[in-house]
Design a protein around this ligand. Sequence first.
Ligand code: SAM
Ligand code: SF4
Length: 326
Amino acid sequence: MLNPLIDPFGRKIKYVRISVTDRCDLRCTYCMPEGFKDYREPDNWLKFDEIIRLTGILSQLGTQRIRLTGGEPLLRKNLPDLVAGIASQGIQDISLSTNATRLPRFAQALKQAGLKRVNISLDSLKRDRVEKICGRDVLPQVIAGIDAALEAGLGPVKLNMVVMPGTNDDEIEDMFNFCHDRGLVFRMIETMPMGHTAIEAGHVSLQPILENLKKNHGLIPTIVEMGGGPARYWQTPDGKGQVGVITPISEHFCETCNRVRLAVDGTIYLCLGQEEKIEMRDLLRAHADDETIIAALRQGIHLKPERHEFKESPEKIVRFMSQTGG
Ligand code: SAM
Ligand code: SF4
């Protein structure tokens, strides 16, 4: 093990989110608006062997967790091969963020390849609302995907709901009960201002919503660590109902940020809401040796900003979420 990758604020990088595509079969209003066509050319996409090599190097520098994301990662061909390759680099905790439409087809193969767990996006339990939010009538497919994940043992399965005012904020209790009944961890997310439609989707502070859930269900804070991310968790007294909140706006968590994001074109973004980045593709394509790649990572990590400014400057749009890898 080499000296860890540490940013100028003393934060160790232990978690890397890897976007394997910027394409998606859905068009969630807050992420990838209808008509969005700014796709990068597949020639520029990192190949699996390039991603696997980079994860091996990052693992030597202290990365313990990898999450595959996108766009919709299950649109990338042969994704289980990438999971197996990353697992071969000594990364134990490999997870996936997905809209679940293709999970019925891939859940078992992903599990066999070494995937540990999945996060699934679902913003409503009303079929017409799901269609309105994400542009396609996919609620039955998503529910089949959730069932496939549970059956394959890809747990704990976390269900991510972006809570939007006047769109789905009346469904909190229904979502809580749906997750409780199926043994899913229910996570609510505040909309981040990444693109004009995300701003139009609006933002609700999750603090009062959480207070209501605590009161209605007697929730108590969860002590066990639940994935090393920014969510804070509560649970029902019997431990069967679990709730997490991700509050980038009302209470940001940048001081504990331990992550970077590798986009599909080989750019490492150092913060969701800022421009600073490290370009890796040319080095990988030039077959640079490990020392050169490590030096680029160590030099680049010095650019990691202290925090995002979503609250102070919501109009400062850096990228759509689907471009960075959420
Ligand atoms: N397609 C996969 C999915 O939907 O889970 C993975 C990529 S998606 C960008 C990852 C997560 O980012 C999803 O949970 C999605 O709801 C969330 N997300 C996208 N845009 C967002 C925004 N503007 N604010 C907050 N969360 C957002
Ligand atoms: Fe696609 Fe996920 Fe973005 Fe929705 S949130 S458009 S499913 S990438």
